[in-house]
Write a protein that binds this ligand. Structure first.
Ligand SMILES: *Cc1c(COP(=O)(O)O)cnc(C)c1O
Length: 228
């Protein structure tokens, strides 16, 4: 992946997003700082990472007007490391995690924006809440007493399959749950505007289904090599 290719990839996606109101989260996990710098120079201001340590290191050296989005599974004992600067946590899937985010946000005098991660795929391995768990969490007294978090919407990952009808159905289901939740609950810390769905292989379907944030990695930066 050279810089010319990177810029070409970004331009292509930007054209597709033009006029949709959908934001691009450039998923830069495993990629070195030089590559992120090239993307930054090409106009990217939102980066998605899935490892706390990696995000912290990149945040330290890169320009401060970058929004850092945590898109991967987040362990409670690591929340404190990103609480001072993280812009959006896409992967909230338990009250325990939310409690910790709320606590660390308060210590930093911040309100941290979050999304609930919803399980929409067929795979067992993917994290996330189902509808009943989501509603139970939102209705809990504990949730309603948290003052330093703001829930902005939902995130989901579709099944990794070439059966695009299946993927479309999963995104539609997520969109329906997003609408249902946003209208069912009106609370101070629930401000539903964001629907994070769509990755390199399925973002076009996600866009058609109403995504407001696509999380695209390999299509911008090339395949990831997990060995280095
Ligand atoms: C890695 C990752 C992405 C991006 O995946 P690509 O297929 O490379 O676009 C999006 N969302 C999450 C949660 C990820 O972990």
């Amino acid at each position: 992946m050279n810089e010319t290719e990177l810029i070409r990839n970004l331009d292509q996606i930007k054209i597709e997003l033009d006029g949709t109101g959908c934001k691009l989260i450039a998923v830069s996990k495993t990629k070195p700082v030089e590559i992120l710098t090239a993307a930054y120079q090409a106009g990217i201001r939102i980066f998605g990472e899935n490892k706390v340590q990696e995000m912290v290191q990149k945040h330290e050296v890169l320009p401060k007007d970058i929004e850092w989005h945590m898109i991967g599974h987040l362990q409670t004992n690591k929340v404190k490391l990103i609480a001072p600067f993280v812009s959006l946590i896409h992967s909230v899937d338990s009250i325990k995690l939310l409690k910790e985010i709320n606590k660390r946000a308060a210590q930093n005098n911040r309100i941290i924006d979050c999304l609930f991660q919803i399980h929409i795929a067929e795979e067992e391995t993917k994290f996330g809440l189902n509808e009943a768990e989501l509603f139970e969490l939102i209705e809990s007294d504990e949730f309603n007493s948290m003052e330093n978090i703001r829930m902005k919407g939902l995130m989901g990952m579709a099944t990794n399959t070439t059966d695009y009808e299946q993927v479309r159905k999963e995104f539609t289901a997520l969109k329906d749950l997003f609408n249902k939740t946003g209208s069912k609950y009106v609370a101070d810390n629930l401000d539903f505007t964001e629907l994070s769905m769509g990755m390199s292989n399925d973002y076009r379907i996600a866009l058609k289904e109403g995504s407001t944030m696509i999380r695209v990695g390999s299509l911008i930066f090339g395949e990831r090599n997990y060995n280095n």
